[in-house]
Design a binder for this molecule. Sequence first.
Ligand code: UDP
Length: 371
Amino acid sequence: MTKYDYLVVGAGLYGAIFAREAKNRGKSVLVIDRRPQIAGNVYTKEVEGIHVHEYGAHIFHTNNKKVWDYITQFAEFNCFTNSPVANYKGELYSLPFNMYTFNKMWGVVTPEEAAEKIAEQRKEITGEPQNLEEQAISLVGRDIYEKLIKGYTEKQWGRDCRELPAFIIRRLPVRLTFDNNYFNALYQGIPVGGYTKMVENLLDGIEVRLNEDYLLKREEYNALAEKVIYTGPIDAFFEYRLGTLEYRSVRFETELLDIPNFQGNAAVNYTDRETPWTRIIEHKWFEFGKDAEGNDLPKTVISREYSSEWKPGDEPYYPVNDEKNGALYAQYKALAEKEENVIFGGRLGEYKYYDMDATIAAVLQKCEEVL
Ligand code: UDP
């Protein structure tokens, strides 16, 4: 007789929701995580009244009402709308690509003029775009590609835009309206009190052990439960036996500044090639610069974000979903399917560039299938 029905490896969004749903259905669950805290990469830490997104900015957005209704049981969300600013060598542009961007770039005033300009510049792409560069030029033209996309993308991914898949740039809306909302989403916001609080609520009443590395104590942990939900990197689970999947990692340089306002916005992207960081996040603006009582915060916390190729020992953040890695992942997935007692889930377990809402949709679907 094992002690638990489920062992959940990883206390991030996928793991926490699986654990919640299993518990709600009367199953016994143990959650472990190798980090000293819960919440995976959505973890937020409070510094001077500011919820600092320690593993990068997370802005919740979704069009999926089921997902929204689900997650709002565990947190109240504020009405933050993501509107990053692009800084190209000191020139500021509005993101995503919209009438403000086109006006600043070309001096065009009407949507018709903007559409004409784009149509003229996209002529250089004939046929279906084969990579990110062609896709970008075909969406917004070469000028915007050169100033707002090329440098940023090559820094973020460490690869030439011609070697990256087109779908990455299709994440960004292109609009002929004066609308700076980065997402086309019906629902958007930041959990009041921080993401850590939200995950704490998800894990309420569930046994969690921190600082526990499953891969180092696999036998011991497997003996505890009937089934394992594994949300770590799939290639690490199989001891990299088919080779390593590529990931991008991120390093943050975080500073507490004794000023109330550093950049006037939550996110400023540095889209030139020369600036070594990709973006600077000023965390207080996710909550309008106020503390829990609604007072203005006197200080600010900023994080410069540097992108790098993942190597063993680093934290993996982004799967590199190109052909080569896709093929290797397919082989690992075939191995995973033979593991009858293990479910692989989440960004790392499924090697997929999931947003939070897609992660939630995926885990809820999995729960319906297996619980
Ligand atoms: N991107 C860009 N310029 C920007 C912001 C984004 O070219 O100023 C491109 C870039 O290729 C990036 C992709 O859009 O990889 C997706 O960006 P997103 O903001 O969705 O990435 P995330 O927030 O997940 O890091």
